[in-house]
Write a protein that binds this ligand. Structure first.
Ligand code: DAV
Length: 380
């Protein structure tokens, strides 16, 4: 039987990937952590929950299908999840929620590390059951690849103990938001491990995790124990008032090269491990757009949320002219992919995919373990 699952980083040659789907996606009811993510001036603020319009779903799906066709033309195998009925009340013995979110960004849910695919805990109630959409795929990988490790992180209780009540209050200023991020005080507590897979940047033997609204330190400690042959690091980016998911902030393009959101740079002491190991950190190009598309959770920095196909080739959103130009300057062939109609469903080209197979093995890109990033224990 063939090997199906293998991926150690975000840049080795991609052979097999999952692309999400907009079918049935909903705007979920407001919850403490999702409210935090929505900027004051966003048209998402105060939106009633319920299914997204069929027109927007069709437009999003058309772009996802075209992206699939582009990858398949290049010999990359593409799988798709099986959407469930997201517009139904869900619950556990601890809570109820009026509906779910969707299954557009598989990157948030699935963390591939070598021959393992790990289902993340997630940190919103609306996304608690999202793993079900990927189960048909995971089960078939498990059935057909005898080495595939299928794992799920402990499902979180997500009771009120997991959230800092009143963290977001009316009239909170931008200054206060930024201070809280700098102080590592987030809406999620340290009560239980919580993480979205998109907060992880996989770099061979090292996994760098963004500490923010969706991932806490206890999750990093859980990952440290779960992956004993890896080194788990914590990164934070104090310039980001809404820190969720590392992939519009700090994005590796190939061995030795990372683009970093210029508004969200690493604090002192955290850049050292990259510098000492000869990694170049380049400020990412400015987004081409002043605002995200309507009803979008993410910022304009989805411009840098690109999918690397191999160390010389990268997919970039087609209207992101500055980012396309920068890729060229950095020696990458950039393939333009129209994708703004899919953004509102949860993200860009990186978010909307999850690795199944990339060539390559687990390498040590950071032999010099220096600076202040290594997670020893979750305590601050
Ligand atoms: O800048 O809004 C989006 C990341 C989505 N996975 C941002 C982060």
């Amino acid at each position: 039987m063939a090997k199906i699952v293998n991926s150690w980083n975000d840049w080795d040659p991609l052979k097999h990937v999952i692309i999400g789907s907009c079918t049935g996606c909903c705007i979920p009811p407001s919850e403490e952590p999702s409210e935090m993510k929505i900027p004051e001036d966003s048209d998402m603020r105060g939106m009633p929950y319920g299914p997204r319009s069929q027109e927007s779903v069709d437009k999003g799906n058309a772009q996802l299908d075209a992206f699939q066709a582009l990858l398949e033309k290049r010999g990359i195998k593409v799988d798709r999840p099986t959407p469930i009925n997201f517009y139904q009340e869900i619950g556990t013995p601890d809570w109820k929620n009026a509906c779910m979110f969707g299954c557009m960004p598989p990157r948030d849910v699935l963390l591939t590390v070598g021959n393992e695919i790990l289902e993340a805990t997630m940190s919103y109630r609306s996304r608690w059951f999202e793993y079900l959409c990927y189960r048909p795929l995971l089960q078939s990988y498990f059935d057909n690849d005898p080495e595939m490790r299928w794992e799920a992180a402990p499902k979180p209780r997500l009771t009120d103990k997991s959230y800092n009540k009143g963290y977001l209050y009316d009239g909170i200023t931008m200054e206060e938001r930024l201070k809280r991020v700098a102080d590592l005080f987030f809406v999620t507590t340290e009560y239980e491990p919580l993480f979205d897979a998109a907060d992880m940047m996989r770099m061979g033997k090292d996994i760098f995790c963004q500490h923010g609204l969706t991932t806490n330190r206890k999750a990093m400690d859980w990952l440290r124990r779960h992956f004993p042959n890896h080194r788990i690091h914590s990164l934070n980016f104090p310039g980001d008032a809404y820190p969720i998911h590392i992939d519009a902030t700090f994005v590796p393009l190939r061995e030795g090269l990372i683009i970093n959101n210029p508004n969200r740079t690493l604090p002192k002491g955290m850049e050292q491990i990259f510098v000492e190991n000869d990694w170049e950190i380049v400020p990412a190009a400015q987004p081409a757009h002043k605002t995200p598309p309507p009803l979008c959770y993410s910022s304009v920095w989805l411009s840098m949320n690109c999918l690397v196909l191999d160390p010389k080739t990268v997919c970039v959103e087609a209207s992101e002219v500055n980012q396309l130009e920068q890729m060229d300057k950095l020696g990458m062939e950039a393939l333009p992919v129209p994708f703004r109609d899919a953004y509102p469903f949860g993200g860009g080209l990186h978010c909307s995919t999850a690795d199944v197979y990339r060539e390559g093995t687990c390498k040590d890109y950071f032999p010099k373990q220096v600076g202040k990033t290594l997670v020893i224990s979750y305590k601050l």
